[in-house]
Design a protein around this ligand. Sequence first.
Ligand SMILES: [Zn+2]
Length: 466
Amino acid sequence: MKRSSTLSLLALVVITVACATHRVAQNPSTGRLDVQQGFNQYSPEQEVEVGRQAAAEVKRQMPLLQDGDPVAQYVRKVGERLIAHAPGFKYPYEFHVVNQKEINAFALPGGPTFVNLGTVQSVDTEGELAGVMAHEISHVVLRHATSNASKEQMAQIPLAILGAVLGNGTGGQLARLGISLGANGVFLKYSRDAEREADELGAQIMYDAGYNPYDLVEFFGKLEQQGGSGGPQFLSDHPNPGNRQEDVAKVISKFPKRNYAREDTHEFETVKERVRGMKPMSAQEVARYQQEQQVKMQRAAMEELRPSGSFKTLGAGFLTMEYPSNWQVIGSEQSSGVTIAPRGGVSENAIAYGVVASGFRPQPGHESLEAATRDLVNSLQQQNQNVQIQDAQRISVNGMPAMSVTMISPSPLSDGSGRPVPEQDSLITVQRQDGAIIFLVFVAPQQDMAALNGTYQRMLQSLRVQ
Ligand SMILES: [Zn+2]
């Protein structure tokens, strides 16, 4: 049974990127910034996977400009010019524009980068925009989002997919990875050191790409001046590590000298003209938009989970049983166990909706159905101490004596705040003529059990063991 593995996924902490080691150092003789990767137990491929899922979530929930929009195309072009000079692993960077007026930008692990339209509206030069983007790219290069993540957090990845498919608690799943999706975009908590590193490496990338790195300093200066109530959003997500402008300017001053002539392209002027006439959403409007999208996603996910009403027959080696024709059978029919679940109800590590069927031979001296069932429940509880028994009784299944045990455990799905929702696991055991025990576990979050009860009853009534 795979149920136990869900448990190891529960003890989680929010990531704070607080790497004390300074990993971006300026070579005193050449002025170049050398990047040394700090400790990170995850592969870049894993980061790409996390980022890909989080980006899919952002795309579903946030108002983005179409990829073909001239502003989006332009931002992508600036991004591509920069990433050609990004050191380290060649992440599959992508660039999108969020139709939001607050000045902000964020990058997800593994490369997906989002720039608010308000940022494009606020810059006076292409270099300023490139500066913001180079800063974001640097967070990706330096792997700030995952440098402090624990193994358990990365183990959440398959469940993040599950949550996304189910539209249930996805925000909570991503929050466990330190990524929370709000009206202000994706919030990744960065330390001051991480911010300093991203500023410095951002300046180097700008320089290498042929931009004037002082434009980054210029833009930070403008942000600081905007103060107001809390200042621009960019500064709350990417806080000033202290003397930000002075520090970056000092690093830039040691780069090999070059004439930073201002060279705004015609394209920049065209884009500036275009964005002047655009009316991006406010943070409140984005929040409302997100809520609407979530409701739509939830409806779509429930459609996918809902049993079709027509049934197929499973002929596993040890049993036959009807199951909803739009559900899938996982595991070979001849093997010792099968899982029957709706698409999106199951992941590699855990099952949130569906039925697990398997069998075992009782221990000597524990051959009775009751004793064997008790042994099975004990071993489940040993694997998973959060399993609570609610009820156990003798029943009859199609004339066969059977035991029914109702258990409650934490679901792999969580609510909006990241807490697992309670799950009901209904265990049914029957004994074959040769003494072997066949068991089924009907799984669903407690809140959805009533909706699935008819389907589960029909499956059970069709059960024949052989
Ligand atoms: Zn930052």
